[in-house]
Design a protein around this ligand. Sequence first.
Ligand SMILES: *[C@@H]1O[C@H](CO)[C@@H](O)[C@H](O)[C@H]1NC(C)=O
Ligand SMILES: *[C@@H]1O[C@H](CO)[C@@H](O)[C@H](O)[C@H]1NC(C)=O
Ligand SMILES: *[C@@H]1O[C@H](CO)[C@@H](O)[C@H](O)[C@H]1NC(C)=O
Ligand SMILES: *[C@@H]1O[C@H](CO)[C@@H](O)[C@H](O)[C@H]1NC(C)=O
Ligand SMILES: *[C@@H]1O[C@H](CO)[C@@H](O)[C@H](O)[C@H]1NC(C)=O
Length: 431
Amino acid sequence: MKLTLSLLFLSLSLSLVQGLNPKCDIQDHSSTLQVIHVFSPCSPFKPSKPLSFEETILQMQSKDQTRLQFLDSLVAKRSIVPIASGRQIIQSPTYIVRAKIGNPPQTLLLAMDTSNDAAWIPCTACDGCSSTLFAPEKSTTFKNVTCDAPQCKQVPNPSCGVSSCNFNLTYGSSTISSNLVQDTVTLATDPIPGYTFGCVSKTTGTSAPPQGLLGLGRGPLSLLSQTQNLYQSTFSYCLPSFKSLNYSGSLRLGLSAQPKRIKFTPLLKNPRRSSLYYVNLEAIRVGRKVVDIPPTALAFNPSTGAGTIFDSGTVFTRLVAPAYVAVRDEFRRRVGPNLTVTTLGGFDTCYNVPIVVPTITFMFTGMNVTLPEDNILIHSTAGSTTCLAMASAPDNVNSVLNVIANMQQQNHRLLFDVPNSRVGVARELCT
Ligand SMILES: *[C@@H]1O[C@H](CO)[C@@H](O)[C@H](O)[C@H]1NC(C)=O
Ligand SMILES: *[C@@H]1O[C@H](CO)[C@@H](O)[C@H](O)[C@H]1NC(C)=O
Ligand SMILES: *[C@@H]1O[C@H](CO)[C@@H](O)[C@H](O)[C@H]1NC(C)=O
Ligand SMILES: *[C@@H]1O[C@H](CO)[C@@H](O)[C@H](O)[C@H]1NC(C)=O
Ligand SMILES: *[C@@H]1O[C@H](CO)[C@@H](O)[C@H](O)[C@H]1NC(C)=O
């Protein structure tokens, strides 16, 4: 009886979460979670009316701008970043997974974010939250983290409630108040008891993202740190293309079912930002030509934060200016030096006629990743405009980071093998 009730509750909450689209009701199995794009028909966060190609691009680019400022603020930090800084909550990441929280389980959608450590969940009676909320009072396993707990020392400016560790974050016009709490979080079919996360109780302003956040970074209080015995700090994901929003990808946690045939490059550690996944990008090839990039534009430097990261939350790859200019110029030369180049939003290499493009290869230590056309070009739905889907770091961000973003990762499996300090990439059609 109890089981039936909780199943009923679960399927009800699933239908509510997903707007009754039966196609979206795919159950996650073993340690694999379905990953969907935030604009997917299965996502409650999709725009209420379809956006035009230009609107979509401009919207994604403006979010990227904030994202890059956020990443830049991380690399500039002097010490290990705590559970969250004001900037960390504002991202609107692109890919979401389903998690069940508490006992009986409540289903919430969380954004996947490889450059964050923390998990955030909007909670009951949250003043100003716009999404499905987690109801701690309905969970028998919910606990507040007390002020003297070690986890409370990892949040910024904690203050002590009667039985809780509270903290506030600010971003622009937004303030976000949270309690640090623990409850069972179930990912696919794996229950993780006593998971520590922020329970958001109040937000003001418009900067806070509606969904919760699942931090896949490798710093303290991240999923990896909290599930070391279960998942051995290993996960992989395949992000579906946002051209086909009906497709879903997968997030696989732990050692089992990971690809055997995959190329690896070493992960680099930046003690100033322990959660970012730095790799060594040595060169970039356009077609068969290795383009001329000053070594300092690619070099890893832990003290300035310079180097290259893989990030799931940025949409379009950003290279520091000298690297981008070299790639773009060779790309334009190969496409046709006499063709008229136009701009669209932050993209400076667009064409209004059909084009044939060279491949672009990121040459990492020990691993070349050659991107096919689908990871290089963005096409308008009408097919009349095609742009090179990369850009240089924006002018107002004094960025030293090269960010390999999710458009360039789509339809590849990325395997994060933290114990062996390496990241693998293999082509895979995620549907
Ligand atoms: C947790 O802390 C909040 C805020 O202080 C309080 O309202 C709530 O009753 C506490 N819950 C439990 C289970 O202690
Ligand atoms: C956090 O914000 C709440 C509500 O706005 C306020 O009551 C509380 O004093 C703030 N706490 C801290 C630590 O600033
Ligand atoms: C996605 O699914 C919806 C309804 O299930 C359908 O109308 C639409 O054509 C599909 N789109 C693509 C790109 O397959
Ligand atoms: C580009 O234009 C120049 C001058 O008009 C011409 O000499 C050249 O052959 C053209 N190149 C291509 C690839 O069409
Ligand atoms: C990457 O490609 C270059 C040729 O451009 C080749 O020399 C190099 O050996 C390749 N690296 C790996 C790891 O396959």
